[in-house]
Design a protein around this ligand. Structure first.
Ligand code: BDP
Length: 607
């Protein structure tokens, strides 16, 4: 799906701002007006509604969250159509125009759009109503434990206990836009390229999806200065000489201009930025542009004060500036697809991204939720109780469709910490991993982020993926405050993975220790700033011994909001930065380490 862009043939109207809002029952009709409902209040778009409402029950409300506004309609040309587009609505959306249901979308982290049908364009004004439902259960991604409780008055209260370790923020999280496009238009652009062996020449193939027949497709590739470097039409392969590669922290983006012409008349134009780089996994190395890359970076969250999970572009830019400042080069979109705006920023700044679907919580009675669930029946087999296959397939399709052209994306994640050691895991994941491989026009590597319970030998899927990505907490959840034991056990486990899969690179996608800034100790006492440093030091000593260990992404970039749990002190505090992005002591330690580890050539691969 194309990101909305202004062009000679397309206009954009921003529908962000203040909308009417109500939780619970509302039936949009032709004449209804949410703003006149006695329970209606105001809400800003885009943002999570949770923290903005300043009321505990509303913050934790599960069910239908209604948004509505009136919009003055622009005048359209005879040959134009109007599209209503949402960057994301979390988690299930229903969209009504003048009270009529026109679109539904499941999944809270990917865009969707609907063409405004002609009957809605006859008036000057249109009523747009959106229902954002935030229920999660065993059919959705992420997975939630859905419970219904009885209120004293007999009514039902819906409750979702997250089967994952972040707060279930919801609402209209990303921009809402109207855009116009010609009725005969470009629907999608797929850019692939074949680089010569020395990476200096590229044969670029641009596949244009269009609903128009009989129009000429003109293709132009421009460099960053706007100079034309290749031109062609339709199915031509466009050859670019003297390629400037997209490199980590040294980005270079070309623009692929796609135009539809009727004779000499321009019908539609769309510019897609793209970078060229080569990704390959072999001999226990992760190669970018034929050079062994070392991942230095973070698992993150879309999480800021006030905005919750809503788009916060200033925070995004600040985070990537901090990421660069500390000497990092990458992040993982844990645990869901991040905004299109963030992906575009990463492309421009040369930040390497591991891209993840919201497949988190695929572990029945995941420990983070355990103390909330209380006395539950014995867990059954995850793969018998989860009914997430359909949602999972859809999430993969929509993610690849959205992010396929991004140079920053170097690998796909099929799931974070699923129960990959339980019977049925292989049958569940094999077709999903294959789906990524079938869909991705750039054939990027695919991984599954492994949980500590699925140790080598127990895990049932590692042979199907390209890179062994591990979330490990030796020195925190295991060997707590026993860093010498932590090192030994970590080394033992890594050696075992390498013995089983000698050709696959191994990396950490999570490791970390909760740390409360301002807590200090002469000794290695957990939660202190000193312990965080000692914890990382112990882990790094092991990483540095192993030639097949190709990356370290810490958990987490910043402290973030979670559900209330015994093991969470107003959120998860494993950040190197606080939630307000103030550095903990460990930041200096990382900066020293990461500015001395080169992006390329730090590890030699197999030993
Ligand atoms: C892992 C999860 C992550 C948690 C983290 C932690 O992937 O979402 O926040 O551990 O416990 O289980 O801090």
């Amino acid at each position: 799906m194309l990101y909305p862009q202004l062009s000679a043939t397309r206009k954009i109207y921003n529908l962000n701002g203040v909308w009417s809002f109500k939780q619970g029952a509302y039936q949009p009709t032709k004449d209804s007006l949410l703003s006149t409902d006695t329970e209606a209040e105001l809400m800003v778009v885009p943002t999570s509604f949770n923290d903005v409402l300043v009321d505990k029950d509303k913050r934790l409300f599960i069910g239908d969250n209604w948004y509505e506004r009136l919009v003055d309609l622009p005048q359209l040309q005879e040959n134009e159509e109007l599209v209503l587009r949402f960057g994301s609505v979390t988690h299930q959306a229903k969209v009504y125009l003048d009270g009529e249901l026109v679109a539904e979308h499941k999944g809270g982290f990917t865009p969707f759009e609907v063409v405004v049908a002609p009957q809605f364009l006859a008036k000057d004004q249109l009523k747009v109503t959106v229902c954002a439902n935030n229920e999660l259960n065993y059919t959705t991604l992420p997975v939630g434990n859905y419970i219904e409780k009885k209120n004293p008055d007999g009514s039902i209260k819906k409750v979702v206990k997250e089967n994952f370790d972040f707060f279930n923020y919801a609402g209209i999280h990303r921009p809402v836009k109207f855009y116009t496009r010609p009725k005969a238009h470009i629907e999608d652009v797929v850019v692939t390229y074949e680089l010569s062996e020395d990476l200096t020449t590229a044969d670029v193939k641009v596949t244009v999806l269009s609903n128009a027949s009989g129009l000429e497709q003109r293709l132009t590739i421009l460099d960053e200065t706007g100079q034309i470097v290749a031109q062609g039409t339709g199915n031509d392969v466009l050859t670019v000489q003297g390629v400037r590669l997209w490199e980590p922290l040294n980005a270079y983006l070309y623009t692929c201009r796609v135009e539809l012409f009727d004779g000499e008349q321009l019908i539609d134009r769309y510019d897609e930025a793209f970078g060229m780089r080569k990704i390959e996994v072999k001999a226990a190395q992760f190669l970018i542009n034929n050079k062994p890359f070392y991942f230095k970076g973070f698992g993150k969250h879309e999480d800021t004060h006030i905005n919750g999970r809503g788009l916060n572009e200033a925070a995004n830019l600040m985070d990537l500036n901090l990421l660069k400042e500390i000497g990092a080069n990458s992040f993982r979109t844990s645990h869901y697809p991040y905004s299109e705006e963030m992906m575009r920023l990463a492309d421009r700044m040369g930040i390497v991204v591991i891209d993840e679907v919201p497949a988190v919580g695929l572990f029945q009675n995941f420990s983070a939720a355990l103390d909330l669930l209380g006395d539950k029946d014995e867990p059954e087999n995850t793969w018998k109780v989860m009914k997430t296959k359909e949602a999972h397939e859809q999430a993969i399709c929509e993610l690849v469709n959205r992010d396929k052209n991004h140079a920053c994306v170097v690998m796909w994640v099929v799931a974070n910490e699923p129960s990959s050691h339980e019977e049925g895991a292989r049958e569940y994941f094999e077709p999903l991993i294959q789906l990524y491989r079938d869909l991705d026009p750039q054939n990027r590597p695919v991984t599954l982020v492994n949980i500590m319970n699925a140790l080598p030998g127990k895990d049932l899927v590692a042979d199907l993926i390209d890179v062994i990505c591990l979330n490990r907490y030796y020195g925190w959840y295991r060997d707590h405050a026993e860093l010498a034991d932590a090192k030994n056990n970590l080394r033992k486990e890594l050696e075992e993975w390498h013995r089983l899969y000698p050709d696959k690179p191994v990396m950490f996608t999570e490791y970390g220790a909760d740390t409360l800034p301002g807590y200090h100790s002469m000794w290695d006492i957990p939660y202190t700033e000193e312990y965080q440093c000692d914890y990382y030091q112990a882990n790094h000593e092991v990483f540095d011994e192993l030639p097949y260990f190709v990356g370290e992404q810490v958990w987490n970039f910043a402290d973030f909001e979670t559900n209330v749990m015994l093991i969470r002190v107003k959120g998860n505090h494993k950040g190197l930065f606080s939630r307000t992005r103030e550095p903990k002591q460990v930041v200096r330690f990382f900066k020293e380490r990461w500015t001395t580890i080169p992006n390329f050539g730090y590890k030699s691969g197999k030993n």
